[in-house]
Write a protein of this length. Structure first.
Length: 104
């Protein structure tokens, strides 16, 4: 049984025979094949009404594989790294005295 937080999955556009485009094959994949497969998957994501829930879920669980919410694993990691960097920057505000005032 799915939790309420995962009910969005039954409405996802990726369900069905096209689901294979969202994950790499079990064998080595040539770069151009990967680009084409990911492009097909991202096109499906672009039409999906639960895309944001999908991306939020993948980011929350740190999903290491596949296309989720229109992003591949490298793109999701970059997004998480960027957010982590911004949070670290915000948490350091005020540690070195007040912010300088802009010139008038």
């Amino acid at each position: 049984m799915r939790s309420v937080d995962e009910l969005w999955q039954v409405r996802a556009a990726c369900r069905g025979p096209q689901a294979a485009a969202f994950f790499p094959p079990s064998h080595a994949e040539r770069k151009e094949d990967k680009v084409a497969r990911e492009s097909r998957a991202k096109g499906i994501c672009g039409q999906c009404r639960v895309r944001q829930q999908c991306l939020d879920y993948a980011l929350r669980i740190r999903e290491p594989h596949g296309i989720w919410g229109g992003l591949n694993e490298v793109e999701r990691k970059a997004l998480l790294d960027d957010v982590s960097g911004q949070l670290a920057s915000v948490s350091s505000v005020g540690r070195h005295g007040p912010c300088p005032m802009p010139p008038t």
